[in-house]
Design a protein around this ligand. Structure first.
Ligand SMILES: [Mg+2]
Length: 96
């Protein structure tokens, strides 16, 4: 496995962790307390941490020339947000 392959593997791993973090917010709420241990958890903070882990690996891929500089295309980010908002309105979902 070379460095590029390793970084792609890390991207898969971190993307999976981000998926899990999103599922936990959906299933258990933004924050709470573990009923068995009493330990407080903040699922939104976990989601942010995992999102930044994904961005960190993407930045490493850019720093090493595997992705172009400026790989985050804000116009595409906002286009995606607008598209998702259209679906949300279409399906009549309430705001958070
Ligand atoms: Mg992680």
């Amino acid at each position: 496995m070379n460095r590029f392959e390793y970084l792609l593997n890390k991207l898969q791993e971190e993307s999976g962790e981000l998926t899990t973090a999103a599922a936990k917010v959906n299933a258990f709420g933004r924050e709470g307390q573990d009923p068995s241990t009493g330990i407080y958890y903040d699922n939104v903070e976990r989601l942010i941490k995992e999102a930044n882990d994904v961005i960190g690996i993407l930045q490493m891929l850019a720093d090493e020339g595997f992705l172009p500089d400026g790989f985050i295309r804000w116009n595409e980010v906002y286009d995606k947000a607008n598209k998702v908002n259209r679906y949300i309105r279409y399906h009549g979902m309430n705001n958070v």
